[in-house]
Design a protein around this ligand. Sequence first.
Ligand code: UDX
Length: 451
Amino acid sequence: MEMEKQKSSRIVLVPCPFQGHINPMFELASLLYLKGFSITFAHSQFNFPNPSNHPCFSFLPIPHDLSQFQASSSNFIALLLALNDNIAMPLRDILVHQQQQNDEILCIIYDSIMYKVAEVANNLKLPSIILETSSASLFWTYAAFNRLESEGYFPLKDSIAEDFVPGLDPLRFKDLPIFNFPNVDDLLHLIKTTSDIRTSSAVIWNTTECLEQPILEKLKQHYEIPCFPVGPMHKSIKNVINRTSLTTEDRNCIMWLDKQVAKSVLYVSIGSLASITEREVTEIAWGLVSSNQHFLWVIRSGSITGSDPKSVFHEKNLKEAIEKRGYIVEWAPQKEVLGHFAIGGFWSHCGWNSTLESICEGVPLICRPCFGDQKMNSRYVSYVWKVGIVLENELERGEIERVVRKLMVSEEGQEIRQRAMDLKLEIEKSVAENGSSYKCLDDLVKFLLSL
Ligand code: UDX
């Protein structure tokens, strides 16, 4: 009976159309679909997913008015603001049309960055729920920004970089997403808008109590609406394969990994948006080959500022050394890679998904954050959970060689690995029956049915 009621309950999901945000929204979609809800994606035509990869979901393409320049700009914040400015009208029209077809909508769940969706939901008198695809700590940090501003900390000065942020322990000022950020006014505007939960009925988190219990507790008290930490969501849908990569995955690397020794390979990736300079890539390459460890390295098109990845390694002896010890791909099936027996460490930019995917497999990290929440995630990985090492200084081959060897083959690296394995077990407990995330998912289903 309850199942029948759920089947007639359509939930509209509005993701932020970037890889690190699309993935968790699809994971949530799968979880809710498995609980019996019907799922419609209202997705911007920008980075539109291939519907044939998701036969269980329906798709409503939302036209966008982005110019070619805006769509290809590296000014990510301006792009997010433009996507929001663009979405409200067409989304409203499309949903009104759906309702006219007698397609009843139970609620809208939207990525917190797509803040304009709240207006559409209010206008249509539909309940809305936020999906927060980053850590709870990020949300809590955002919520503190007005206070920090009124206490006179902004603009942030280099002289306080190492100081702890009052009320945000263990973060230091240099861990904050706005530290050293070029367009800080735009970013601050986005942060303040995103951290306002507006008229949302609830917040869903892709995190879990064993990682962020104290912060989740504070958030629950602060916002006084139901909070559902149901993550890491990809672990709860282990039998579902979500084909959400915007770039084709190179699966040959799995065959290469199959031939390697257990825990001997360092996986290197800086996610879907970050980029580094050609000098940094060369230093990483020399550091990796000198460490004498095997490595699988994702070098995405666009990830080296101003250079074509295919022609980046000029020195013949470097090229040969890379071929001997390494394997380079443009895009990897990352979750499968991290779960592979051959992987012994992850050099990561510490995007929230990569961080979760690594600790879920008990893979210790070398943290090299680039921007945004990555610096905070890196702080939690190294200082709170103690499952990784941070590479902080300017990238230099000797230091890289030392850090890679420390993680992969030293006694200290072994201790870090052990802690990563312990944390993996904790996370497995939270998504298993009667674990905290498992129970939260049940609570979320009950909540949705009560709307
Ligand atoms: C962006 C922000 O940079 C990050 O700070 C924020 O937390 C989320 O959005 P992104 O660079 O996309 O993150 O990194 P991440 O959050 O780690 O997400 C990347 C996703 O792409 C992961 O789910 C990862 O599995 C996937 N991926 C990455 C692949 O499938 N293959 C790859 O080769 C690289």
